[in-house]
Design a protein around this ligand. Structure first.
Ligand code: GCO
Ligand code: CA
Length: 260
């Protein structure tokens, strides 16, 4: 099906060295895209690139911090020279700090906002400049359940991810006329290293998530690939500013009593 084909497209995935970013990158590669992976940890980058290459995907890695606007600008320029124009940008890189608001150091709050919200702004601005010239582009922001819901101990993350949802709508508003589609994916609770501390068997949070999710399981990172391909492809050319929640139904329901 032509609509979902990503042949000859270059896709940049921030934080595509592990977790959800890696599963999204793999989905895009299977649809035909060339991968540009950014990250900050050399060892993880090496492992990721050799994984992608072993699978037969084309992948090149760039080490820089998305919150460093100078490094980001230099690297985007380098990428365009070495790989070519960026057709698809996935703002996936993110961090979380689980601390109660009453005692959370302001510096931690700022750090989360910087990585999860300012980083996507910096990358979108840089990449959109060439997308506007080409009159074509796809930007996908990785949002969260916390784009819609609060949870004790994740105030900075929720503020950043709620902000990222609104940034998505605003960028879509400004850039739709240039044929750039800016949308978001809101993953529910997925089995990744980020959720590992709260996912252990017997941990009350593990049971809570399974009972709170109509699909009655944690998401598998591969569950995101189809939505990522859709939002990266021609199939979504008139979809602007939407957040698609891939959450096993969490946001669809009020939940159920524990005896049900
Ligand atoms: C948490 C989780 C979440 C998830 C995810 C949910 O502590 O509640 O880590 O924040 O990572 O983003 O959509
Ligand atoms: Ca799997």
């Amino acid at each position: 099906m032509n609509l979902f084909n990503l042949k000859n497209k270059n896709a940049l995935i921030t934080g595509g060295t592990h977790g959800l970013g890696m599963a999204i990158a793999e989905g895009l590669a299977i649809a035909g895209a060339q991968l540009i992976i950014t990250g900050t940890t050399p060892v993880k980058m090496e492992e990721a690139i050799s994984y992608y290459t072993s699978k037969g995907y084309q992948a090149k890695g760039y080490l820089f911090d998305v919150t460093d606007e100078k490094a980001a600008a230099e690297n985007v320029e380098k990428i365009v020279n070495e790989v070519g124009e960026i057709h698809i940008l996935v703002n996936n890189a993110g961090i979380i700090k689980r601390e109660l608001a009453i005692t959370m150091p302001v510096s931690d709050f700022r750090k989360v906002i910087d990585v999860d919200l300012v980083g996507p702004f910096i990358m979108s601005q840089l990449v959109a400049k060439q997308m506007i010239e080409r009159r074509e582009g796809k930007i996908i922001n990785i949002c969260s359940m916390m784009s819609e819901l609060g949870r004790s101990s994740v105030s900075a993350y929720a503020a950043a991810k709620g902000g990222l949802k609104m940034l998505t709508k605003n960028l879509a508003t400004e850039w739709a006329k240039h044929n750039i589609q800016v949308n978001g994916i809101g993953p529910g609770y997925f089995a990744t290293s980020q959720t590992e501390p709260i996912r252990v068997d017997g941990h009350p949070f593990n049971e809570f998530i399974i009972s709170r999710t109509p699909a009655a399981r944690w998401g598998d990172p591969e569950d995101l690939a189809g939505t990522a391909v859709f939002l990266a492809s021609k199939a979504s050319d008139f979809v602007n500013g939407q957040i698609i929640y891939v959450d096993g139904g969490i946001l669809a329901t009020i939940g159920k009593p524990s005896n049900e």
